[in-house]
Write a protein that binds this ligand. Structure first.
Ligand code: IVH
Length: 686
């Protein structure tokens, strides 16, 4: 194919694939099979690789519609140049020997293995061009990943620029794992516990959650780290994988020094046995050993199955368990009044740390396991970190032990506990007077994602104990003498506290709403409610029906909201905080136009802009976003993967179904939508 022909073909393919994308994603009616589509895409990818100068700016190979981060699609998504595969797992030495036998059968040439630790985090693909980090993609669905470059750039061990003149290729990709060292993980969970936010079950989940945060500043505070283990670059066809990693290390990239070249499977087994123990002293999580044929030429000859390479296998370690004794059971009362049973254990070593406590989750869980004080129990680290009790060693049960009964009254204030049937949890209903709940209320109010006020746990405890504060508004009326009486508080702490109080007056309404600590109103729900009702008075006055109409708000949340606003003390708090200067309404933006005035538009599926942005777009043009398809719906706006039941209902009711393109023609005739990425949960299109 000559250059002119290549350019013509690239242009034709670009146009054709973009048209198919529109059929598929916007009109929900693909005209070719996925397989045919993939063939076209593959042809374009190959041509673009050969003739990068002809690649069009709107090439579908750069940006692919996908449902990776479905909700608001906060990240751009790009196709991986080479699919990101996973590995076949084995759990026994026997299976490992089978793997070795298969490899030997697949090649006549001599080969060796490279053994590496299997880091337990999130896979990442880095693209370096001219020695500069240009893009970092998550694994996504293997073919398409989320662009998390901004977040990856906050990880200290990932160089933004490679060592000068170190001989790196002009352009290459390298894959690896972003992970959270145990120290960062513990710090994060301790903070989350203080903030009464749900804990991460293990460093892997914490890593995945951190990488997908919108604020890179917040990511930088998560203490993530990275190790790279798979180079994709030209020039290594006859070399060794281990050599490619050595080279990558010399360019300044973070490569593990704990890998080992092994001449046969016996040496591999030795490495595995050694690390099954040694890994417990590593400061980061690992969950196995990855065994790779070291010779690239043999890797190529062995090839791939549909999902995994035939030249590598992951040997997974079994989770460690330990036997210990339950000394006593505590019942902890949290900010929301939820009572959680926690077992105090005879200290025992497990995966490198001493375990003294394990959560028993709730009354149901205790009953299922038939947990009793004095029992010998097995503890395991779920995902290797948070200890959980997996079973009781009944053969060791002491005679005379009695089944544990969940308390009937709150261990902190004595109020009768009530059971929340939905969550199989017991709650202390005395939320305004129960000490841990009062303290929790202040800590939550002051937490970073709420009002971000400079005050710690000890100070809050003392303020509550001395009854300097009872209600949230009291924080704004403390005098210097009261503040200086707090442990370790000096002029500077008072100054910082006062400055943060002042700053809290410009915290946006949705965070103030979250800060009030209404049960079941997390950050996301607070945002939804704020954008729907615009101010606290409208929210307080909303009927059950109106609340239920809001997307993602169900009966439990509605009961919490209505119950909270029925309490006169809470209304007083709002009044006082309003007087103090806090924001109780959204900053009103003048509508961009009233082209959608009087229309109720129901949305379903994914669009070329984030879903949340689409809602703003509709409202900015004076339309209403519907919560279900009813006779009064004006249009059903159907994106890709539109809900079948909604389409069906619209058809039955005779509601017109429109595509995203048609919608823009109605909302903003002659205008193209502009997209801006949401920042810290604030969506804006204008
Ligand atoms: S190699 C084609 N090496 O484990 C081979 N993967 O279960 C690509 N992982 O998706 C992977 N440590 O996210 C490789 N030393 C290591 C690894 C490793 C952790 C992860 C990786 C992969 C998953 C497979």
């Amino acid at each position: 194919m000559d250059k002119n022909e290549a350019k013509r073909r690239i242009d034709a393919l670009t146009e054709e694939i973009n048209a198919h994308n529109r059929h598929y994603y916007l009109e929900n009616s693909p005209t070719i099979s996925d397989y045919e589509f993939d063939l076209l895409l593959k042809e374009l990818i190959q041509l673009e690789e050969l003739y990068p100068e002809f690649k069009n700016p709107d090439s579908p190979t750069s940006k692919v519609g996908s449902d990776l981060e479905t909700e608001n699609a906060p990240f751009s998504q790009y196709a991986h140049k080479h699919p990101m595969l996973s590995l076949a797992n084995t759990y026994s030495i026997e299976e490992l020997r089978d793997f070795d036998a298969r490899v030997r059968k697949g090649t006549d040439s001599p080969f060796t293995y490279n053994c590496e630790l299997k880091f337990d985090g999130t896979g990442i693909n880095l693209l370096y061009r001219g020695g500069i980090l240009v893009r970092a993609l998550t694994r996504g669905d293997g073919s398409v990943g989320d662009d998390v470059t901004r977040n990856i750039k906050t990880i200290k061990s990932v160089p933004l620029q490679l060592k000068e003149d170190s001989g790196y290729p002009a352009e290459f990709e390298i894959r690896g794992e972003v992970f959270m060292p145990f120290a960062s993980f513990d710090k994060l969970n301790i903070q989350r516990e203080l903030d009464e936010e749900p804990l991460f079950a293990n460093p892997r989940n914490a890593t995945a959650g951190s990488l997908k945060m919108l604020s890179s500043k917040a990511v930088s505070e998560r203490g993530l780290d990275c190790v790279l283990y798979h180079l994709i670059a030209p020039g290594y066809e006859n070399s060794l994988h281990s050599k490619s990693l050595e080279d990558a290390a010399s360019w300044g990239l973070p490569i593990s020094s704990l890998s080992r070249r092994c001449s046969d499977i016996e040496e591999v087994i030795q490495y595995i046995q050694e690390w099954d123990t040694r890994r417990h002293s590593l400061p980061y999580p690992t969950d196995g050993v990855v065994v790779k044929v070291d010779q690239y030429a043999i890797q190529t000859a062995l090839g791939f199955t549909a999902k995994t390479p035939k030249w590598a296998v992951a040997y997974k370690f079994k989770p460690e368990e330990a036997l210990t004794k339950i000394e006593s059971i505590d019942y902890q009362v949290g900010r929301t009044g939820a009572v959680t049973p926690v077992a105090n254990l005879s200290p025992v070593q497990l995966s490198g740390t001493t375990v003294k406590r394990a959560t028993l989750h709730n009354a149901d869980q205790m009953e299922i396991l038939d947990i009793r004080v004095g029992d010998s129990v097995y503890v395991e680290k779920g995902g290797e970190i948070i200890p959980k009790i997996t079973r009781v060693e009944l053969s060791r049960r002491e005679s005379g032990s009695v089944p544990e009964t969940f308390p009937k009254v709150c261990p902190a204030c004595g109020a009768s506990l009530v059971r929340d049937p939905e969550q199989s949890k017991f709650f202390c209903p005395n939320s305004d007077f129960c000490p841990p709940q009062i303290e929790g209320k202040f800590l939550h109010f002051a937490s970073r994602k709420a009002m971000d006020i400079n005050i710690g746990e000890v100070a809050v405890h003392q303020l509550c104990e001395r009854e300097y504060v009872r209600e949230l508004q009291d924080l704004y009326n403390l005098d210097d003498l009261q503040l200086l009486s707090l442990d370790k508080w000096k002029g500077k702490s008072v100054e910082n506290f006062r400055a943060s109080l002042e700053k809290s007056k410009s915290v946006p309404f949705h965070r103030v709403l979250y800060a009030l600590g209404i049960r079941n109103i997390g950050e996301t729900t607070a945002k939804t409610l704020a954008s729907r009702f615009k101010n606290i008075d409208a929210l307080a006055a909303a009927s059950r029906e109106e609340l239920l109409e809001v997307a993602d708000i169900g009966g439990i949340i509605v009961d919490s909201i209505r119950g909270w606003f029925e309490e006169p003390r809470h209304l007083k708090t709002i009044e006082e905080l309003r007087k103090a200067g806090l924001q109780f309404s959204l900053e009103e933006k003048a509508p961009v136009s009233d082209t959608l005035k009087g229309m109720t538009i129901m949305i379903t599926g994914n669009y070329s802009i984030p879903r949340e942005t689409m809602k703003y777009y509709i409202e900015a043009h004076s339309g209403k976003v519907g919560s279900s398809v009813t006779a009064s719906t004006t249009y059903l706006l159907a994106g890709s993967k539109a809900g079948a039941s909604k389409l069906e209902k619209a058809r039955k009711l005779g509601i017109p179904v429109i595509s995203e393109e048609e919608f823009y023609r109605i909302a903003a005739p002659g205008e193209e939508p502009k997209e801006t990425q949401p920042q810290d949960g604030q969506m804006s299109l204008f």
